[in-house]
Write a protein that binds this ligand. Structure first.
Ligand code: GAR
Length: 213
């Protein structure tokens, strides 16, 4: 991923997955990584919440967990400095946010420029924020989906790597829609990581993720 213009491929990436809660995307990513759906290796899970079920999943899958308590730091930058130091020790090249409910500051995002991906459960730029599935459902959309994007200094607005869409049927309630969204996420996230790690790409005008190989 070196170089200023074009980026990738990076087939031996060391990958960290950041979680705050359930961790179903984390588990799907680890399993897909082990089935070689994308190269590199998930070497670490980072959590900001000691009660996250994601930790249990990591133990089961044998993935080391790094818990850094954000409340133990005076401010966000001190917390993120510690995170950054740890990630350097682990030689992490790529960060995958998977239900990490914390906004990373420009300080941290610049340290990992174009090397942080996030998955969001809507077709961005619609329904940004922390309750996207519910918001889309209550709005009454007929089509929704998931977005994998590069994290930039804005919130839910970095260049889009990949999106997947699905229909909301008349029979769907919030629970069934959530289940559909999660199934789609588990597929699309691995595909997006594979693109980012195996292809050459660039960001055009700060906005568009464009393949160039
Ligand atoms: C996922 O649906 C993810 O898209 C969402 O949190 C959920 C985490 O589920 N992220 C956001 O809403 C970010 N704005 P998981 O912990 O089971 O992977």
């Amino acid at each position: 991923m070196a170089g200023k213009g074009n980026t990738g491929p990076l087939k031996d990436a060391r990958i960290a997955v950041f979680c705050s809660g359930n961790g179903s995307n984390f588990e799907a990513l680890v399993k897909k990584n082990r089935r070689l759906a994308f190269p590199g290796r998930i070497v670490l899970m980072v959590v900001d919440n000691p009660g996250a079920y994601a930790i249990e999943r990591a133990r089961r899958l044998g993935v080391p967990v790094l818990y850094v308590d954000p409340l133990a730091y005076e401010n966000k930058q001190e917390y993120e400095k510690t995170l950054y130091k740890e990630l350097r020790l682990w030689k992490v090249d790529l960060i995958l946010l998977a239900g990490f409910m914390r906004i990373l500051s420009p300080f941290f995002v610049r340290k990992y420029k174009n090397r942080i991906l996030n998955i969001h459960p809507s077709l961005l730029p619609s329904f940004k924020g922390a309750s996207a599935i519910r918001d889309a459902f209550e709005y009454g959309v007929k089509v929704t989906g998931v977005t994998v994007h590069i994290v930039n200094e804005g919130v839910d607005e970095g260049p889009i790597v990949l999106q997947g869409a699905l229909k909301v049927s008349e029979d769907d309630d919030l629970m069934s829609l959530e289940a559909k969204i999660h199934r789609l996420e588990h597929r699309i996230y691995a595909e997006a990581v594979n693109l980012v790690l195996t292809r050459s790409w660039k960001i055009v005008k700060g906005r568009k993720f464009v393949l160039c190989d």
